[in-house]
Ligand binder design. Structure first.
Ligand code: PLP
Length: 337
């Protein structure tokens, strides 16, 4: 099977498995797992932050961050397509008791002017706006990347209005590679950042939250409350460490593969609008001979897996396990359709 459903489907590489097998471990709830500690220290230092926390999922790192940044009754500002709102089970309300102000961004990206206009006045009738959360790359924006200057402008609005700024960086490394940016730049501007090790980076499990030491201390308490305290987690942290050390630069290959697929899709009469492809995600409209679900079924008969994200749109995600040979096979299938 050639699996384009998500970049979460990757299997650990032989080198990663070796690193996992060899990892020294201990009980991380006691703070005694050397591999988890190493991963947390490396992550913090990459971003120039004081501390980091290893968690089982990106949903948990995001939700813990929101919990730590807010009080019940506060309001969080984000784009209407944000993962924190669309795909985390209503966690902002459930875990933090906050309302959400959804902004209509451009492919998942919001602007400083939109944020400024969405901040509630200091009025007892209104929920207190306390947090802005951005997503980079934006998943439902088709892997779109922010211009860093636009993030800096949002930061200025946050500073002026005493708002915290969180980044859902599930695919931040794709953005860094695509835009030739650094972790440090992001660490300087965001109060907290969540990164996923199990997306493009190719680890089987895990996300890391980075931030100030007092924040991470509080986050560690909520990780326990949310049931995310793990024991000999070094075996999976080792995969994350390996990914950070060996599997960032190769993301460029995924981006190149995505461009090759876009060129092939542009030739097909049943393909309508293709959202601009900046990284490893392709979202395209299906028209004419096929509906999106029809096309998914046709592709599946040729051993290609994709997801219809709406009745008229299909998403393809390129990743570590999509080899050049699999790209060629996909091109052959597309040609014959
Ligand atoms: C995958 C993802 C997450 C985290 O999801 P988990 O399945 O909980 O790891 C968060 N934000 C974005 C944008 C994602 O794509």
């Amino acid at each position: 099977m050639i699996d384009f459903r998500s970049d979460t489907v990757t299997r650990p590489t032989p080198g990663m498995l070796q690193a996992m097998f060899a990892a020294p471990v201990g009980d991380d709830v006691f703070g005694e797992d050397p591999t988890v500690n190493h991963l947390e220290q490396l992550s913090a230092s990459l971003f120039g932050k004081e501390a980091a926390l290893f968690c089982p999922s990106g949903t948990m790192t995001n939700q813990i961050a929101i919990k730590c940044h807010t009080q019940p009754g506060d309001e969080v500002i984000c784009d209407h397509l944000s993962h924190i709102y669309q795909y985390e089970g209503g966690g902002i309300a459930f875990n933090s008791g906050c309302s959400v102000r959804l902004l209509q961004g451009d492919r998942g990206r919001i602007t400083a002017a939109q944020v400024a206009a969405a901040i509630n006045p200091d009025d007892v009738h209104k929920p207190a706006t306390t947090l802005v959360s951005l997503e980079n790359t934006a998943n439902r924006g088709g892997g779109s990347c922010y211009h860093f200057a636009d993030i800096e402008a949002i930061k200025q609005v946050c500073l002026k209005n005493n708002l915290k700024l969180h980044l859902d960086g599930a695919r931040l490394f794709n953005a860094l590679v695509a835009k030739n940016e650094t972790c440090r730049q992001y660490g300087d501007v965001f109060d907290t950042i969540s990164i996923c090790l199990s997306k493009g980076l190719g680890a089987p499990v895990g996300s890391v939250l980075v931030g100030p030491a007092d924040f991470i201390k509080k986050a560690k308490r909520y990780r326990k409350v949310f049931g995310g305290g793990m024991r000999q987690a070094g075996y999976i942290a080792a995969a994350g460490l390996y990914a950070l050390e060996h599997q960032i630069a190769r993301l460029q290959e995924d981006h190149n593969h995505a461009q090759i697929l876009v060129t092939a899709l542009q030739e097909k009469d049943f393909v309508g609008e293709i959202l601009p492809v900046e990284t490893n995600i392709i979202i395209f409209e299906v028209k004419g001979r096929f509906t999106a679900p029809d096309l998914v079924t046709h592709l599946q008969r040729s051993n290609i897996l994709a997801i219809a994200i709406s009745p008229t749109q299909i998403r393809l995600v390129v990743h570590l396990d999509i080899t050049p040979a699999k790209i060629q096979d996909t091109l052959n299938v597309l040609k014959a359709l």
